[in-house]
Design a protein around this ligand. Structure first.
Ligand SMILES: C[S@@+](CC[C@H](N)C(=O)[O-])C[C@H]1O[C@@H](n2cnc3c(N)ncnc32)[C@H](O)[C@@H]1O
Length: 465
């Protein structure tokens, strides 16, 4: 029997062919250009019951061609379905259709003649994948194939090959190499509204308002920190003007013969939801800015490539740390994507072992390093601790930060963090707790969890990372 016999000429309407390669044996290839989102194959499936599979399927060649169906049965895809090879950057997505007991394969991008058509099996595969260029694959090969990743609906996560020709092309959330931890909407009540004390004054004569508004401006009291609040409140025939949030009362123009200003609590930020709008407006009329809440920024190919590169640095640095006798934990703050003026970057390791100091975590070392960088800068300001601030920056981490480090990141005003290995027992960003989402903290940052964990960097799960 020949293992290099060409497959049949025309297999389906998309004219896909079977070809052989030394590394992967059979695979599916395009023989002409295929547009993105084209259904190239619908494979009916044959089912193998769980008991039957455990007795037989587990041990024969079919094991390499089975899909785990959502009800636990194993499914053998007929047609081309069993011949798609795996890629971490697949160009074909697949969905299981329980109504018709079939699997539908669709191109995730434009395909060119002679390109191999690959699907994404799972983050852990049981063989050494050939031709992968992206970050370290979990090296633990599994004894047998336990089926391709469990699929049961359309929400399978897949990575899309990045379009290097067009770095601005938006990558669909489904194809991102990371998950976005979305905060659940906060329960809002009167007590959850954050307020500051502001000076206000009653203005019995509405004609004085214009004079007072001009006066506020000339005295520099048109504070941008009050931009989320309306200047005037009209309630029950009473007109009140917002003056300032300074600790001392402003000196009002005497000729207007106004009563003394007084202090009241006003919301410290704009209303992000309609509920908070009505709650905040009971304190003082507030502007509604719904877009700012939980707004998830879009990810372009260029930005995803930047994040991948940063994760590669994190892995390399964590392994370096390990080779130096430390824990394999690292943190990396790259220059911000798309900001040519931002050159600030820093990388750090966990140094608990060499320093015999329990607080020398990678994150704390990173923040300390940034502080040192900034203190050495001629324009640095150490006022209010601002020299250690990571405002607007992204930090990439080999592990989910512990509660202490999560709090330090929160204080540092970091914009977002990415981490590889979750720490379910000790993590402060989704594991044991999620500090940026705790009620009452004064800053929130976005959390992105890389879909692929790296077992080479595994540490004891009760350790603080
Ligand atoms: C569903 S089959 C795919 C078709 C298979 N190549 C064949 O000739 O029958 C899965 C098997 O293909 C091989 N394979 C799939 N993707 C591969 C990859 N990226 N690198 C190496 N081998 C791969 C592995 O041996 C795996 O068990």
């Amino acid at each position: 029997m020949s293992f290099t016999a060409p497959g049949p000429e025309r297999l389906n309407s998309s004219d896909c062919r079977i070809r052989y390669s030394e590394d992967k044996s059979k695979g599916v290839y395009a023989s002409q250009k295929i547009q993105r989102n084209t259904v190239i194959e619908i494979s009916p499936v044959l089912f193998v019951g769980i008991a039957e599979y455990e007795q037989h399927g587990n041990f024969d060649a079919l094991d390499h061609h089975t899909y785990k169906w959502k009800d636990g049965r194993m499914a053998v895809a007929l047609g081309l379905g069993s011949l798609f090879n795996h890629s971490n950057t697949p160009n074909v997505s697949y969905t299981l259709d329980p109504r018709t007991d079939s699997i539908r394969y669709e191109t995730a991008r434009d395909i060119y003649p002679d390109e191999e058509l690959c699907i994404f099996y799972d983050h852990k595969v049981w063989f050494d994948p050939v031709g992968e260029a992206i970050i370290a694959i979990d090296p633990e090969p599994q004894a047998g194939c336990e089926g391709l990743s469990t699929i049961g609906n359309d929400d399978i996560d897949q990575e899309m090959p990045l379009n290097t020709d067009n770095p601005d092309e938006i990558v669909h959330e489904l194809y991102l190499p990371f998950k976005i931890l979305k905060p659940s909407p906060e329960e809002e009540d009167q007590n959850s509204i954050r307020t500051v004390l502001a000076w206000v004054v009653d203005v019995p004569e509405p004609r004085h308002l214009a004079t007072l508004l001009k006066w506020l401006k000339s005295y520099g009291l048109d504070d941008p920190n009050l931009g989320h609040l309306k200047r005037v409140r009209k309630k029950d025939d009473r007109t009140t003007l917002l003056l300032s949030i300074d600790p001392t009362p402003p000196q009002l123009p005497v000729e207007l013969e106004l009563a003394s200003p007084f202090q009241i609590p006003v919301p410290s930020s704009p209303a992000l939801t309609l509920t908070s709008l009505s709650l905040e407006s009971t304190f003082w009329p507030t502007f509604y800015a719904p877009k700012r809440k939980g707004e998830i920024e879009t990810w372009s190919c260029g930005r995803v490539a930047w994040a991948r590169e940063a994760m590669e640095v994190v892995i390399t640095e964590a392994l370096k740390s390990q080779s130096e006798g430390e824990l394999p934990i690292s943190a990396y703050m790259p220059a911000s994507y798309g900001d040519e003026d931002d050159k600030k970057s820093a990388v750090s390791h966990d140094t608990r072992t060499s320093t015999s100091h329990p607080l020398r975590h990678a994150v704390l070392n990173l923040i300390r390093q940034v502080a040192n960088l900034d203190l050495g800068h001629p324009n640095s300001s150490s006022e209010n601790g601002s020299h250690y601030l990571l405002t607007g920056k992204t930090v990439f981490l080999s592990h989910e930060p512990c509660v202490m480090c999560s709090m330090a990141l929160l204080h540092s005003r970091v914009k977002q963090i990415f981490y590889l290995n979750p720490m379910s027992r000790t993590g402060g960003c989704g594991g044991a707790t999620c500090l940026p989402m705790v009620h009452g903290v004064n800053h929130r940052f976005e959390i992105f969890i890389w879909k692929q964990t790296v077992s080479k960097l595994a540490i004891n799960e009760v350790l603080d990372a």
